[in-house]
Design a binder for this molecule. Sequence first.
Ligand SMILES: [Zn+2]
Length: 371
Amino acid sequence: MELLEQLTQTAAISGREHRIRQLIQSEIKGLFDEVRTDPMGSLICLRHPRPRKSDSRPRKQDKGKTKNSAGANRPLRVMVAAHMDQIGFLVRHIDDKGFIRVNAVGGFDTRNLFARLCTVCPDLRDPSGDLLGVMNPGGKPVHIASDEDRKKIPDVSDLLIDLGLPPGEVKKQVKVGHMVVLAGPMQRVGHTVVSQCLDNRIACWVAIRAIQQLEKKKIAHACEIAVVFTVQEEVGLRGAQTSAYALAPDVGIAVDTTLCVDTPGVPDDQRVTLQGEGASLDMMDASAIADLDLVEEFEDVARKNKIKCQRTVMPRGGTDQGTIQRAGQGAKTLTLACPTRYIHTITEMIHLDDLHACRDLLAAYLAQASA
Ligand SMILES: [Zn+2]
């Protein structure tokens, strides 16, 4: 869990993924044959096929027969996308009293943005100059607020950050465009883990751990694996689009979080997933409809390896699957997601069994995927 904690405590919003990319790069040493960063900042990591010892030399009769689904004469190329950006804010304005106003980057629910600690990050890469602040909507405290005031839900534009510093010092250190994230620890709560930005640092964890599993156990795989830690998913699946275009994968697996609203106050048919019931295979969301053959292949792998999974339908939202599916000549895609309660808050909650199911299912699928 130490890696997951590091991943959740590293500030990196859409378009400002420098710190998380650095951390991931240091974690993946020795797992891939080629690693590169594309112009938008996505980290593209290629692992060539690892043939079984017995068939390390291609047999004569197989020559020319290993066409992949796109008809090309190469191994099946599977792109695994784990977006590494988190939702956050950019500094929009600093007033003469030293209060900071922000613009949201990604979808926040402002109903839970009262009285939060936050971190303002003046340096893209170095966290040593980060400034702790308090984020609150402007206005009167409860003692003197009118009934009308108390009912108001603030807009992001109403939020103020107070750094507890004189205006001159704030203006010296903070500039328009600097990144701001909410501050909150990762904690173990019962059989779950709770933190901000489990969306989508759990996917970075799942992808790294799945490839480590293949590497450590020396598990053969016939497919070429391209793990891409994508940028700017939270603002419209942007990084996955360019990396999928560059890679032209046959299969695209977006690893992400999904809604788990199996909590009181929500009708059963709208819960999307059930906590503890395993990895979610999203049949459709607003960005894509999953390839049914691929879903069934995953279910088959899950059954054979005794890994729990559940089918889900997301009425709204999207994942990197949406742009991978339609890049270049297209790809067969699905979203492998981890059920997440209280999503897009700083108390996102994930059951450890579900997290492990996602890791194991991804590794088991990659071990058997072939053209
Ligand atoms: Zn996400």
